[in-house]
Structure formats: C-alpha cells, structure tokens
Design a protein around this ligand. Structure first.
Ligand code: WT7
Length: 633
C-alpha cells in the first residue's frame, strides 16, 4: 500500500486520486486479501445517497487484520494491553494469540445463535476482550455496535433498541482510575427498561466481584469461549455488507446509528493509518482513545491491525495514579507514535511540566491530536514538552461519519501550521460553501466545510432510517456531503477547522447534541423548558451552559442544580452534565417561536459587547434579565 514519503509523492497521489479516483483506490485495495475481486470500483449518487465501493468484492476484514499476518509476523505483538493499575503486568497478544482468541470468541458467538447480520451491542471498558469481541463479530459477519461505557442505562437501552441487538457483551466491573464501576449493573438496568430483542448477556469477568445474576439471559464469557476451537472459518462478506454501527449525536434529539461497511472502510482505515502516522515495521503505536468512539474503532482496532502494527490499548486514565501516567507508558514501551485528544493535553499541561520531564520520550516520532480544535498554547506545549521539537504534530480532522482521517498533515512530508488540520488526504475533495450553497473559490476565505466526492469510508446510511442520513448530510447542499463544521482556508490553501455550525457541541472531544441535553434536563419535574449552549472552557474546549425555566421557585438552588445534573446523568451519562445551570423566567424567542441561541451563547461566553439585532425578539426584555442573572451586570 502506498506510504507517501515526499511532497512530490503527495501531490502526485492527490492529483491521481482526483483525476482517477477509481484507479487510485483500486491500487490501494489490491494490496489486501480478497476472497473474490470486485467487479466495479465505485458507484455513487449523493442525492439518494447511495455510495458503493468495490462492488461485488468478497472479503473478511479479520483475515486482513489477522490471518494474513500469521506467517510474516505471527509472534509480533498485535495488542499490548496496559492495565489501569501500573503494578499489574501488561498483557501481550501476538498476532497468533489474537487470531486464536478471536476465532474462539467467534465460535462462541455462533454457538449462542449469532448469525451474519445480527447486531451485537458492546458495553465494556478498555479491556482486550472488547477488541477481541469486536473482531469476533466481524469474523462471523455480525454487526457490532459499541456503546461507550460512560453512557447511562437509558442511553444504552435506546441504542440496543434502535439496533434491535440480540446480545449485549459487557464486563462485570471496571477499575478506572480510583473508580470501581459496576458495568453489568448498568446493563441490567437497561434491560429492565425493556430491550426485548436481547437474548443473551455475555459477561466478561474483569474484576470478579459479586454480581446479580439473571439465569435467563446471563452467560459467562469464559464458560462460552474457553472451550471453543481456535479455528473459525471467516464469513464471506460482500464489500458493502455492514461491518458496524456506531451511534453519534446530531442536532436533533435522538442519536443516530452511523453505518460503515466492510470493503471501503478496511481500505481507507489502513491507508490513512499508514500515511498519517508513518508507521514503520517494529514501531510501537499508541492511540489513547476509547473503543467506544470512532477513533478507537479505526485507529486502535482496524487500521493498525490491518497494517500489521503493534498497538497499545490502555485501560486507565491520564492522571492515575499520577499526572505522568501517559508519559510513563510512552517511556515504558518506547512509543513511536502517540495519538490523543486536545482536552487531555490541556488537562496535563495544567498539572505542570515536571510530570512530563521525568520520562524519556525520545522514541516519539509522531504526535497526533483528534476530536476538537487544538489551541495554540496546547499545540506549543505538546510540541515542546512532549515532542521536544522533533516530532511533527498531526492535527487530524475527521468524524464518525467519515470513518477515517480526512484533513491532516503528513509527518515529514507536508507543512505543519499550529491549529491547522492543513491539507486533505488523497481522495478527499473538500470545498467551502456559503449558506446558499455557492462554492467559495480562492484562498484566505471561510465557509461551510463540504466534501464533493465519495471516499471509501464515507457512511452508507444511518441505521434503520435512510431518510435521516439524506436530510442530515446530503440535502443541505446539492451533490455535497455537509460536515456540520465551519472552516477557514488560509493564504496557502491550508484548512483550519473553526467548529460546528449546527446545534452540536464538543465537550472534552465528546460530541453532543444540545437538543439531546435539553430533552434530558426537561425530564426534571420542575423544568418547563430549557436551552443548552456551549461556551469556551479552558480544559474541556467547550462547557455546557443550560438555561432553564421552572414551574415553581426553588428554595434550595444548590440542591436543584444537583438534581438537574442527576437527571442528565441518568438520561445520557456524566459526560453530558451541565457546567452551569441558570434559572431564567423566559428564553429569548423570535416571533416564529425560535430560541435566539446566538444571545444565549454570548451570555454564556461572558461576551455581551455586541448582542447583534434583537429587534425581532418577541420578548426583548428577557435579555437584560438573563444578562444580570448570569452576573454580567
Ligand atoms: C466532530 C466530529 C473523529 C474522531 C473524534 C470525533 C470535531 C474532530 C477535529 C480537529 C477541530 C475537530 C469536528 C467534527 N473535530 N477532529 N482535528 N479539529 N475539530 O468524532 O465525535 O464524530 O466528532 O469533531 O467538529 O465535526 P465525532
């Protein structure tokens, strides 16, 4: 597979990918193991949308991630598992061992009645069995839907039901930092809310503490898996068969299940991994994301394994048992590529340089960031303190829907610019448009970020609701995929992501719909209406600011705030907890009844110098009340 090494190669590859996309991607795809070659490279129509890559091709992604490496690198570490507790020994899975574990698990799933096309939901901490389970699904053609284990029982139940999953795979408990988290208890609660499609709960014994056991549904992972054969024929999958569903938030209330398929996703995840991280034979690569998010899917599991890399999987948190844990792990394994989120960088930066200075980080060749814009201060700190000025930083812009990295520097090949994601990868045809959909040409311009041509890992649909996929991404501008982000193209044609232009906020790199948080807050019996906006937050990037109207006065404001936070925790999970809750008597509304969020955002950001035109408001007097209620006057 092409690994770009010079600027000329980048330019040539990019040009070829635009002039002859089918030829370009066919060359990349040919480096994989196919059970049957494709008949046609691409068919597409963004109007429907209908995108198909490598039509008629048959493959199994796990053969490419595992079997094909057995001869050449069977004894090389595929996954190095670093536990939460640094005094516990790491677990290493070589490619041979991982292959065996995946086959055994796949056989166990089949034995439990799972067939090709069935959906399996994962609710697990960052343990090797999560990666193994996901690959076991792919082995037999079951569709995995991993739900981040920080989500609440309600959020889990919603996702199980939307996908009509037949099985949930979970752990008993999870030790994360100092916390001891009852994981299966959340699954039990979700099922008690009504998940009729669930036939089995497969429980991985992680800590071994006492559990409630439901003999009708529950089965132990070890009872089902340990006795299975290490051989499992890989299911023949069509390029366009579903590989996984991953739920993500949008500007409307209900999260949607983004669907990725086998062929294109495999090609694009591997291509982007090899090029963005410039992974070389024997390198040790570490992505700190959770497999509950797309970053973990593409850059812990599929991309690195398909590329035959050694990938670290970390169970814990950056600050446990001390603020140098990330750097201690980099030193311990002599990590060569390190990929994390700006929010983690900012949090660690705030804890002092001494934690990073203690460790030998000279092995690091490439540093990556993902998930949110990185501010200049954090970029410089990362560059100087972690990279010692020697490791290019790849600020990678992409989305759950794009499946893989889209805009990024290529280390030691293309130019870097702090806070800029810079340039598109080959195959990515970007454009900026104005609100009317006119393409904005030239440089030194700003607009809405769209993509004009399909790339192999583009989402194919939103599960169970294709029309929603069309309206969300493909109906805004004709024949373009709309990202939801605004971006700037500078004098040199480099891209800087400004942020979401829809009602989506990004809190510590976690994507959230404001409507989703509002719906949760509205579950509180006293709340009549609420409006949620993001505001700049030093560590989280964005914080959550909630304005609420209540039906009665509250005597104990502190208790009320806690109750609201708890409702959100129950409905969504702790990541969606508001940072600020302001009780108001009304919300600024236009005559058509639309909340003027611009004003709410300004107040939340403590920037009321220019509130813009408020003359169209039905209730302009409310603005002053909100401003003084926020303590700004
Ligand atoms: C949204 C997608 C892609 C994996 C993690 C997030 C924001 C993502 C960057 C970046 C500025 C970024 C965008 C995007 N975003 N990467 N490098 N610079 N913003 O995936 O949860 O689907 O969120 O995250 O706003 O639309 P996601």
């Amino acid at each position: 597979m092409l690994q770009i090494k010079t600027i000329e190669e980048y330019q040539q590859a990019y040009q070829k990918s635009v002039e002859d996309p089918e030829g370009f991607w066919a060359e990349q795809a040919a480096t994989f193991q196919w059970k049957k070659p494709w008949d046609k490279v691409l068919e597409w129509d963004f109007k429907k949308p209908d995108v198909k890559w490598f039509l008629g091709g048959k493959l199994n992604i796990t053969e490419n991630c595992l079997d094909r490496h057995l001869e050449s690198r069977g004894d090389q570490a595929a996954i190095i598992f670093e536990p939460n507790d640094p005094n516990e020994k790491e677990t290493i899975y070589t490619y041979k061992q991982l292959h065996a574990a995946v086959c055994k698990t796949a056989n166990a799933l089949k034995n439990l009645g799972i067939k090709k096309g069935d959906r399996i939901c994962f609710y697990m901490p960052m343990v090797p069995e999560l990666a193994i389970g996901v690959l076991a699904c792919a082995r037999i053609g079951a569709v995995h839907s991993v739900v981040f284990a920080g989500f609440s029982a309600q959020a889990l139940a919603d996702r199980i039901n939307d996908a009509e999953a037949k099985m949930v795979i979970c752990s008993d408990y999870n030790n994360r930092g100092k916390k001891h988290i009852p994981v299966k208890k959340v699954v039990d609660e979700a099922i008690a809310m009504g998940c009729d499609s669930i036939e089995t709960v497969l429980v991985h014994k992680n800590t071994g503490d006492d559990l409630n056991w439901n003999a009708d549904l529950d089965k132990w992972w070890h009872d089902e898996v340990d006795s299975q054969s290490e051989h499992c024929e890989a299911e023949v999958m069509d390029s366009e068969d579903l590989l996984f569903i991953l739920y993500t938030s949008g500007s409307t209330g209900k999260p949607k299940g983004v669907v990725h398929t086998c062929g294109g996703y495999m090609v694009y995840s591997t291509f982007s991994f090899l090029n963005v991280f410039q992974y070389q034979e024997n390198d040790i690569y570490w992505c700190t994301a959770d497999i509950g998010w797309i970053t973990g899917h593409t850059y812990i599991v599929y991309g690195p394994l398909a590329a035959g890399a050694t990938s670290i999987m970390f169970e814990g948190v950056p600050t446990y048992p001390h603020a140098g844990r990330f750097w201690e792990i980099c030193d311990k394994y002599k990590v060569n590529q390190f990929y994390t989120a700006p929010t983690a960088i900012r949090a660690l930066m705030a804890l002092g340089d001494e934690h990073v200075e203690k460790y030998d980080l000279s092995s690091i060749k490439v540093l990556g960031t993902v998930g949110e814009p990185i501010n200049e201060e954090a970029w410089n700190w990362y560059n100087e303190k972690v990279g010692k000025g020697n490791a290019p930083i790849v600020d990678t812009w992409w989305q759950t829907e794009t499946g893989g990295i889209m805009i990024t520097p290529i280390p030691n090949v293309t130019k870097l610019k702090p806070c800029f994601a810079t340039n598109p990868l080959p195959g990515v045809q970007l454009c900026l448009v104005d609100p009317d959909g006119n393409e904005i040409e030239g440089n030194d311009v700003e607009g809405l970020l769209c993509i004009k041509f399909p790339w192999p890992a583009i989402l194919r649909t939103t599960y169970g609701d294709h029309e929603r996929c069309r309206t969300t991404y493909f109906s805004m501008f004709e024949d373009k995929y709309f990202t939801g982000d605004g971006a700037r193209r500078d004098e040199d044609g480099m891209y800087r992501i400004i942020g979401r232009v829809d009602d989506v906020i990004n809190v510590s790199g976690h994507r959230m719909g404001t409507a989703e948080v509002e719906n949760a807050i509205n579950e509180h019996p006293l709340v009549i209406e609420s409006a949620v906006v993001g505001y700049p937050h030093e560590i989280k990037g964005q914080g959550i600011y909630a304005y609420v109207i209540i039906s009665d006065s509250v005597t104990d404001n502190e208790a009320f705030q806690k109750e609201v936070a708890n409702v959100v925790r129950t409905e969504i999970g702790p990541i969606a907890k508001p940072d600020v809750i302001q009780v108001v008597s009304g919300l600024p509304k236009t005559r058509s009844g639309k909340i003027m969020r611009r004003i709410l955002r300004k107040v939340a950001s403590k920037d009321i110098s220019d509130l813009g035109d408020t003359s169209t408001l039905l209730n302009p007097e409310i603005v002053d009340e909100i401003i003084s209620g926020a303590g700004l006057k």
